[in-house]
Ligand binder design. Structure first.
Ligand code: DC
Length: 232
């Protein structure tokens, strides 16, 4: 339920892949009547565009070719009431389903390490949060995109727990994947996200840590609503 008496703030949620950041961010946004922005979806959308336009071949990301494509990628969001969240579009095409495949997951860390990609997407994210009232999840929201966010959360969970959750999610959608491949992908992405030269995954000094390995979404909501209340 929306509460208009509360001050509108920016909530930055960063952390490792497959920690449930988006599910959590979406639930907070619904509770507060805020906009939810999944910035990982934006990096995935650029990766999908690069794949479909041949700038990634045999798993090799050709950086200059990805950069050359950037001016022709128009990313937009449209609210989907059925999902209670916005769907992502590239040049007017709905790509919400196609950005979550293992093929995209395997290349997205390398695409997101390209400085020109980050410059473009960070500027879009800052514009989307200009009027506050947003919950944004990603890797660099509290450190780079909104260093002045009123609430910063750094999410983490045991890699095996994350792999199991992602495996269950993908197999429920009918994708043929192996648990081992998912776990490897998660560990690889953790490493790449933490070790890239530009905007690496880091906990902001003023972020609060949420380890949800053994927490339900309801418990996480109680945890965050207490923190939001304390800010008012
Ligand atoms: O949250 P996700 O797994 O959908 O994100 C996909 C990739 O995008 C992730 O491996 C790292 C990158 N990413 C990023 O570099 N910065 C962000 N703010 C969000 C995601």
């Amino acid at each position: 339920m929306q509460d208009n008496t509360l001050k509108r703030i920016v909530i930055a949620i960063d952390g490792y892949s497959s920690c449930g950041k988006s599910t959590f961010a979406k639930a907070i946004a619904a509770r507060l009547g805020y906009i939810f922005i999944d910035t990982g979806a934006m990096y995935r959308a650029v990766t999908l565009h690069a794949l479909t336009h041949g700038a990634i071949r045999s798993g090799i990301v050709h950086e200059e070719e990805v950069v050359a494509l950037l001016d022709s990628v128009d990313i937009s969001f449209r609210f989907n009431p059925e999902r209670g969240a916005s769907d992502i579009y590239v040049n007017g095409d709905l790509v919400e389903g196609r950005i979550r495949t293992i093929e995209v997951s395997n290349c997205v860390s390398r695409v997101s390490a390209i400085p020109a990609v980050r410059t473009k997407l960070v500027a879009m994210q800052q514009e989307m949060g200009r009027r506050r009232g947003v919950v944004m999840d990603g890797r660099d929201i509290g450190t780079v995109v909104f260093p002045d966010a009123e609430l910063k959360i750094f999410m983490t969970a045991d890699p095996a727990v994350r792999a199991r959750r992602r495996y269950d999610e993908l197999t429920a959608k009918g994708q043929q994947v192996s648990y081992e491949e998912i776990e490897r992908n998660i560990r690889d992405r953790d490493y790449q996200d933490e070790h890239r030269a530009i905007a690496p995954l880091r906990k902001a000094a003023d972020a609060v840590v949420l380890d949800n390995s053994r927490m339900t979404v309801a418990e996480q909501m109680t945890w965050v609503m207490e923190r939001i209340a304390a800010l008012q």
